[in-house]
Design a protein around this ligand. Structure first.
Ligand code: AMP
Length: 415
């Protein structure tokens, strides 16, 4: 079923959203991006004459009630954005009456799902090493099903619009879907957009395809690099991992960040790219600093000849040009991870060169997907969010999707 085809009139929809918004010490929302992200789905259901039961997690209360993470703090903000009153159910597992009383166009927001350990389904207060752990896990899985069944009983249909938690097999993101038949469960608009964006870089690829992987470590990106190796034409590896590659090839990297246990892995990646005909673009020069600080002294040096006491913190001018070359003419672009320590204003040039080239390619018709944590912060810092095709809202979920993993939240609905 799709959200556009479903007849919501007179129906109650239970919608899993990601309202895990940051709050300040007074409980005020400091960034409402996630709430805004869910609005098209919520408004569509209301406009069609459905009633809404909204559910989400917030923070990490670890299965216990904790006022700090109460969704009651955001009820007014949600009401304001939806333009209708929002009722609040202070116990998400005891909301049957309130849900039953809902009339078309009315909205009920459930308290934080993670106040119940059943949401995540992990046994609490017992160590993995404990011989009784397996039994506890089994018992928890059984009560997780009961919890999901209770949530499901509130509504006629289930909509999952929480991409940020789609990689988790939780009660509200996956298990609940078992209690609805295929005609009564669907992805929300935000989920559909995310799934299409990932599809554009994993299957629906227009060539050339350039992927840019940066960030601090190769170890956290290896799954993605391996999955992309079969798909891309150009693969730019930048950021801190540059120096693991430089050292693996016999270079001098001074104090630069390096994973010494990944040197062989770096050589394997280079060999694999060659064997598959992938144009692997690694940094050849860098901005080296004499301290890990914005106001450090700097010099441009080859990435494989960094003097002792200096560390590479950004891509150098030749590298920036090479990156731009590999991006400019691409028709599909994926960017995850900055090319330098972009948090320091003096080390943003590499990431900016990438962002500029992506903006240019996008203007020329390329599909560009930016996502997975720091590259989103980076593009926002440059004020260029509107110059790319799509910015993913999912950190871990996006990375797992690009690794080629099936996301439980999507599989539960699409099968
Ligand atoms: P990740 O979470 O793996 O995507 O890494 C993002 C982080 O990598 C950012 O905080 C960057 O500051 C950092 N980073 C990028 N380039 C370097 C570098 N050359 N040295 C140290 N850290 C870096």
């Amino acid at each position: 079923m799709t959200i556009d085809n479903y007849k919501f009139a007179g129906k109650k929809a239970i919608v899993r959203v990601d309202f895990n918004v940051p709050l300040d010490e007074n409980g005020k929302i400091t960034d409402d991006t996630r709430i805004r992200g869910a609005l098209p789905t919520l408004k569509k259901i209301l406009a069609d004459g459905g009633a809404l039961i909204i559910m989400s997690h917030m923070g990490k209360p670890k299965g216990k009630v904790n006022a700090k993470f109460s969704l009651s703090q955001i009820t007014d903000a949600v009401a304001e954005k939806l333009g209708v009153a929002v009722q609040f159910a202070p116990d998400c597992a005891k909301a049957a009456e309130a849900a039953a009383a809902l009339k078309p166009g009315e909205v009920l927001l459930l308290e934080n799902l993670r106040f119940y350990p059943e949401e995540e389904g992990k046994p609490v207060g017992i160590d993995k090493e404990d011989p009784a752990y397996d039994e506890a896990k089994k018992a928890m899985k059984a009560s997780q099903k009961e919890f999901a069944k209770t949530l499901a009983s509130y509504a006629d249909c289930y909509v999952n619009d929480a991409f940020g938690t789609a990689h988790r097999k939780h009660a509200s993101t996956a298990v609940i879907a078992d209690y609805f038949d295929a005609d009564n469960k669907m992805l929300g608009y935000l989920m559909e957009k995310e799934v299409n964006a990932v599809d554009n870089v994993l299957s629906n690829i227009k060539r050339p395809f350039t992927a840019i992987m940066g960030g601090s470590k190769v170890s956290t990106k290896i799954g993605i690099i391996e999955n992309l190796m079969d798909k891309v034409d150009n693969l730019i590896l930048c950021g801190g991992m540059t120096y693991t590659f430089a050292k693996a090839q016999g270079g001098q990297i001074g104090n630069s960040i390096c994973e010494d246990d990944k040197l062989q892995l770096a050589l394997d990646i280079i060999a694999k790219a060659k064997a598959k005909g992938v144009n692997l673009v690694l940094g050849t020069d860098c901005v080296a600093a004499d301290a890990f600080a914005n106001d450090a002294n700097t010099q441009i040096v080859p990435s494989n000849a960094i003097p002792e006491g200096w560390e590479g913190l950004d891509a150098g001018p030749n590298t920036q040009k090479a990156f731009a070359e590999a991006i400019k003419n691409a028709k599909t672009i994926l960017w995850n991870g900055p090319a330098g320590v972009f948090e320091f204003d003096n080390f943003t040039a590499g990431s900016r060169a990438i962002a500029d080239a992506i903006a240019e390619a996008t203007k020329n018709g390329a599909f560009s997907l930016i996502g997975g944590g720091d590259s989103v912060a980076c593009i926002n810092k440059f004020g260029m969010a509107d110059q790319v095709s799509y910015i993913s809202t999912g950190g871990g979920a996006l990375l797992e999707a690009i690794e080629g993993k099936i996301l439980p939240g999507i599989a539960a609905i699409k099968g």
